[in-house]
Design a protein around this ligand. Structure first.
Ligand SMILES: C[S@@+](CC[C@H](N)C(=O)[O-])C[C@H]1O[C@@H](n2cnc3c(N)ncnc32)[C@H](O)[C@@H]1O
Length: 208
């Protein structure tokens, strides 16, 4: 009998985890709300997409213990910049220590407070990973699409909401389902809702 946890471990073992990421993963698993962490395979996908897209500037909305941030930072070139938006001082402190241990802290700027208050200040963004406050996703999407570089990528996590988008029974899930429909119909972008983990939507500006 194969169980989901065995598959998770198998995927993690094949996601290029080094000592630092394995430790972050282990320590995060012992914390409350451990399930918020980006899974190792999805984080490895982020690193790959950052590198393949040639991104030099990246943002992450919601960092928790920094697992995804370490992978995004590692995908950037040595002079790349990652801006992290986070509301929790405690989580930002943990992420900062983990990024430091990974040798990536020099690339990172933390912006504290609700991300919606800061997105208008951004310049062009090459890569954006949205992973916080599901109800604000429409606001994140509206703020970030016009900021994307011509070959930029916007990734939004949890777009399946555990499958509940099929038949939304609460306002928060209705927000996600409506955004899925809006993105699919948005003629400014090409997009794909990938059935990876809890649904990962990839958005890029449509070529003129
Ligand atoms: C799902 S976790 C992020 C996981 C992380 N991306 C990773 O790679 O493990 C969500 C994070 O978003 C933060 N958060 C919640 N609301 C926020 C907001 N309005 N603006 C910025 N961060 C927020 C939470 O404190 C938490 O650290």
């Amino acid at each position: 009998m194969i169980c989901a946890m065995d598959l998770d471990d198998y995927l993690a073992r094949h996601a290029g985890q080094d000592e630092v990421l394995a430790r972050i993963d282990r320590e995060t698993k012992a914390m409350p709300y451990a399930g918020m962490q980006t899974s190792p395979d999805q984080a490895a996908l982020l690193a790959l997409l950052v590198r393949l897209s040639g991104a030099r500037t990246a943002i992450e909305i919601g960092t928790f213990t920094g697992y995804g941030a370490v992978c995004i930072a590692r995908g950037l070139p040595a002079d790349g910049r990652l801006t992290i938006f986070e509301v929790s001082d405690e989580y930002a402190g943990i992420a900062r220590r983990n990024l430091d241990a990974a040798g990536e802290l020099d690339k990172v700027t933390f912006v504290m407070g609700p991300a919606t208050e800061h997105l208008a200040d951004l310049d062009t963004v090459d890569f954006a990973y949205v992973d916080a406050d599901k109800d604000a996703y429409p606001a994140y999407y509206d703020a970030l699409v016009p900021k994307l570089a011509p070959r930029g990528l916007l990734l939004l996590d949890n777009m399946l909401r555990g499958g509940r988008v099929l038949d939304p029974q609460d306002e928060s899930t209705r927000v996600t389902a409506a955004l899925n429909d809006r993105i699919a119909a948005d003629e400014r972008v090409d997009s794909l809702l990938l059935g990876v983990r809890d649904g990962l939507t990839i958005v890029t500006p449509r070529a003129a």
